[in-house]
Design a protein around this ligand. Structure first.
Ligand SMILES: [Zn+2]
Length: 229
């Protein structure tokens, strides 16, 4: 009996030694999932315009600056959840090479290459809108024509934007270079109208920029089905 007990005991230790590393691994991966739910997810955020190209502009607001602020906030949230995030630009510059004839075209090509050349799960191009009528306001999300995954992501972003803008716009297929020339899942988000006083006032505030970033963050998690329990 003693002999049997001893061998059972020895087997338990052996089994314990055998399975312990796996248990540690399981615990580690559970911790990673709990604290870094977006671990392994790769995303490109593309703040539109830059350098001499301000994009939409009013006296007190430049689109390129607000796009970048929203992109940086979104990056922070995604990275805190464990994602790897690349910004196409992280300052007030464009991506065009010195001496090129058409800076805009070269800048856009470089952004497209950054998306196509990388193994990423998705990208979001961040823009602001402007319109001759100052009454027009709200957010609109564009996807590549015929891209069902893009349409799904666009719908999720548009729905979450409704919670903060109360505007009733719908996502649309958009004829944009960044959507047409890229081969990854991606959307272009017009986060509001600088030509509208309410949108402009909101978009200039850091707290509102954080709300916009949170919409993008939550929507990306929803799309990837990595939600809080
Ligand atoms: Zn723009």
């Amino acid at each position: 009996m003693k002999k049997i007990m001893a061998s059972v005991f020895c087997s338990c230790i052996a089994l314990g030694l055998l399975f312990r590393p796996q248990l540690v691994e399981m615990k580690d991966s559970l911790e990673v999932k709990l604290f870094h739910p977006l671990s392994g997810v790769r995303i490109v955020l593309d703040p539109g315009h830059g350098g001499k190209d301000d994009g939409a502009r009013t006296e007190d607001a430049k689109e390129q600056t607000i796009n970048l602020a929203i992109a940086k906030q979104t990056k922070k949230m995604l990275e805190e959840a464990g994602a790897s995030v690349i910004l196409t630009r992280d300052g007030a510059y464009d991506l065009a090479s010195d001496g090129v004839k058409n800076r805009k075209r070269d800048d856009m090509k470089k952004r497209v290459n950054m998306i196509n050349d990388k193994q990423i799960d998705l990208f979001v191009s961040i823009h602001l809108n402007a319109y001759p009528s100052s009454a027009v306001r709200g957010t609109q999300v564009f996807f590549r024509k015929g891209d069902q995954a893009g349409e799904k992501l666009a719908n999720m972003i548009q729905n979450h934007f409704k919670e903060i803008t109360k505007a009733k716009m719908l996502p649309k297929a958009g004829d944009y270079y960044i959507l047409n020339e890229t081969d990854k899942l991606g959307v272009l988000v017009e986060c509001g109208f600088l030509s509208n006083p309410i949108d402009r006032k909101n978009l200039l505030q850091k707290e509102y920029q954080k709300k916009v970033a949170n919409v993008l963050y939550v929507s990306i998690r929803e799309y990837l089905q990595i939600l809080d329990q």
